[in-house]
Design a protein around this ligand. Structure first.
Ligand code: B12
Length: 209
């Protein structure tokens, strides 16, 4: 995939990226399509970091740039379609994990599609997941986990949700670099996705059922 927006974000050229995205929004281009390009550009930045070409600071700057671009596109606030949202989703990165760039992309995309999202942030404890499920009564819970060391933490959260009798009416999707069929099965999630767009589509399909 190639585009001017992708190269501007990959080069962390804030001014150019802002101008290009503003022009696309102005001309009525589909926001999910733009979000897709931003997502892809971030993955390229992460690869450059892994190859030793970029520093951590570059990665964080690229993450902030993309967050600002999402804000500029109006994809930060909850959007309710025709007075009704598609459904409510609670999303958080599990405890001991503070990676949130991918989670934030997933949330921006959910909001752009009309979901009401409650963002719990990062390093979320089991107690906080439970409290927020009780309070918000979401249709879906999205758990993000990037570090391989947090698999057991995710399992602890889902086990506790089940123990408290909150699992029956709740779909759980696992996301982040950790997500995979085996992990999802092991921790007791309904499904998983390593890709924000695919994750959003799975959530839409669940709510359409
Ligand atoms: C940026 C980064 C950081 C930043 C995080 C900044 C931030 N605010 O997020 C900082 C510098 C803080 C950091 C810290 C650490 N990091 Co780090 N980090 C990365 C890095 C380079 C990029 C991650 C990223 O943002 N990727 C881009 C996003 C877009 O991808 P993503 O997260 O996968 O998200 C996508 C999907 O997964 C999906 N998605 C995400 N969440 C969800 C949720 C749901 C529900 C769904 C459906 C989908 C979904 O949507 C996104 C878009 O498609 C990776 C290496 C890499 N190449 O991935 C290492 C990496 C993840 N980090 C690693 C490590 C080890 C650490 C540290 C332990 C380092 C240390 N020794 O201190 C600490 C841990 C801190 C902690 N307790 O969490 C390792 C993990 C190894 C492992 N397998 O466990 C990696 C893989 C680097 C490496 N090769 O060693 N890190």
């Amino acid at each position: 995939m190639e585009s001017k927006i992708i190269s501007a974000v990959e080069a962390i050229d804030e001014k150019r990226a802002m101008a290009l995205v503003a022009a696309d929004v102005e001309s009525g281009k589909n926001k999910s399509e733009i979000a897709n390009q931003l997502n892809y550009a971030l993955q390229r930045v992460a690869i450059r970091y892994e190859e030793g070409e970029y520093y951590i600071a570059d990665l964080i700057m690229a993450g902030e740039l993309v967050s600002n671009l999402f804000k500029m596109m109006g994809m930060e606030s909850d959007q309710v379609l025709n007075g009704r949202s598609l459904g409510k989703i609670v999303v958080g990165t599990v405890f001991d994990d503070i990676h949130d760039v991918g989670k934030n992309i997933f949330i921006c995309m959910l909001r752009s599609e009309g979901f009401q999202v409650v963002d719990l942030g990062t390093d979320v404890s089991t107690e906080r997941f439970i409290d927020m499920i009780k309070k918000e009564k979401p249709a879906i819970l999205g758990i993000s986990g990037i570090l391989t060391s947090v698999v057991e933490n995710i399992k602890e959260v889902i086990d506790e949700i089940t123990a408290q009798g909150l699992r029956d009416d709740l779909k759980i999707i696992l996301g982040g670099a950790l997500a995979g069929a085996e992990y999802a099965k092991y921790v007791g999630a309904d499904d998983y996705s390593r890709d924000a767009i695919e994750g959003v589509n799975k959530c839409k399909a669940w709510l359409a059922e």
